[in-house]
Design a binder for this molecule. Structure first.
Ligand code: GTQ
Length: 349
């Protein structure tokens, strides 16, 4: 730019003519774009942001009064990052929303190429069925709906049920690979309820089984089991200075992430624990399952409590402080980034 100020009038007009000439051919000079295109470090559009469950819940229940699940198809309030207005995205690569089913309601079966996860938050008697196999959802359970599997949800309990959805829709749409189909009918019946847990949740595998897809065959990772492991590891130590006690949800057939694009983890922060600064390239959504505390993400600060959601965008430096013993679920596109050789982290900066 500074050199152009030293250009003669002739040189200036020659350059202007050149710009116009190449623009007609759909050509653009890289030298004007390079710095913004190939940045020195990640520049996410997503901002650090926090949703307080108590206020979101009230609006969700209002939605329950205003429209039926038939009208809505899925009664979901999208968590839209203010850095990505109109994009239906919580991070630069993921979708997330709170879903509500009133007593007796069913969200009909459909399938799509996008993969989905659920973190179940509130109510009893809710289920998701994946390819005809039902799983009952309880508080803190991590439930997966791998891409292109049929799924429907229902609430057989006496109260509203609420969970958080996370989907890789922006990734699927980046590649222009979205397909979906719906069906008003119930799914054809699959294996009995609990079948996949009997096969895959106990550190055992059925004789002769092989990984037949990129996703875990286990549909529901129970909170009770994860919570017991976290408690034992807190007693046994050591505790990671950046993460407290942190466990990743794994596909029991491969040891990789439960789904091909989205990674999920659960961590326990002991009462009073302050994490060391940490950042990674996967913009991450945190969901508080137990406890309350405080996080500094980039230059934002949040006080969080049970069921709150907050976001650390890619490469945003995060520190967490648990005011009492806290358990925090998180998900991100780390699984996709690792497969593409893109993922990086930095500890103790
Ligand atoms: O439950 O299938 O939050 O298709 C967004 C899109 C949930 C679902 C969402 C979906 C679903």
């Amino acid at each position: 730019m500074s050199s152009s100020s030293r250009l003669s009038t002739e040189e200036c007009s020659a350059r202007k003519a050149f710009h116009e000439e190449i623009a007609r051919q759909n050509l653009v000079p890289l030298w004007e774009r390079l710095a913004a295109l190939v940045t020195r470090s990640p520049e996410p559009a997503a901002r650090p942001i926090h949703w307080r469950y108590s206020t979101v819940r009230a609006s969700l229940l209002n939605a329950g009064r205003l429209l039926t699940v038939e009208e809505a198809e899925r009664r979901v309030l999208i968590l839209e990052n203010p850095g990505l207005p109109g994009q239906s995205q919580i991070t630069d690569s993921l979708f997330s929303g709170f879903q509500l089913l009133m007593p007796g309601e069913r969200a009909h079966a459909h399938r799509h190429t996008a993969s989905a996860l659920r973190v179940f938050l509130e109510g009893s008697g809710a289920y998701t069925a994946v390819n005809g196999e039902r799983t009952k959802m309880e508080r803190g359970d991590f439930v997966i709906t791998p891409g292109w599997t049929w799924h429907d949800h229902g609430n057989d309990g006496p109260d509203p049920v609420i969970w958080l959805d996370g989907l890789d829709v922006p990734i699927v749409n980046l590649f222009k690979t979205s397909f979906s189909e719906g069906s008003a009918a119930q799914q054809t019946e699959g294996p009995p309820q609990g079948d996949c847990e009997a096969r895959y949740a106990a550190g055992l595998l059925p004789e002769g089984c092989k990984a037949e897809s990129l996703s875990s065959p286990l549909l529901n990772y129970r909170y009770g089991r994860a919570r017991e492991s976290l408690a034992a590891l807190l007693r046994n130590g050591p505790i990671d200075p950046c993460h407290g006690v942190k466990l990743r949800y794994a596909n029991p057939l491969t040891g990789g992430s439960a789904m091909s694009t989205i990674s999920a983890a659960i961590q326990l922060l002991p009462s009073g624990f302050r994490t060391a600064p940490y950042r990674s390239t996967d913009g991450t959504v945190f969901v508080v399952i137990e406890g309350h505390g405080h996080s500094d993400i980039g230059d934002a600060s949040f006080d969080w409590a049970e069921n709150d959601v907050f976001v650390a965008p890619s490469w945003g430096l995060g520190r967490h402080h648990a005011q009492n013993e806290a358990v925090v679920f998180s998900f991100s596109d780390r699984a996709a980034q690792e497969k593409l050789g893109l993922w990086r982290e930095q500890r103790d900066t």
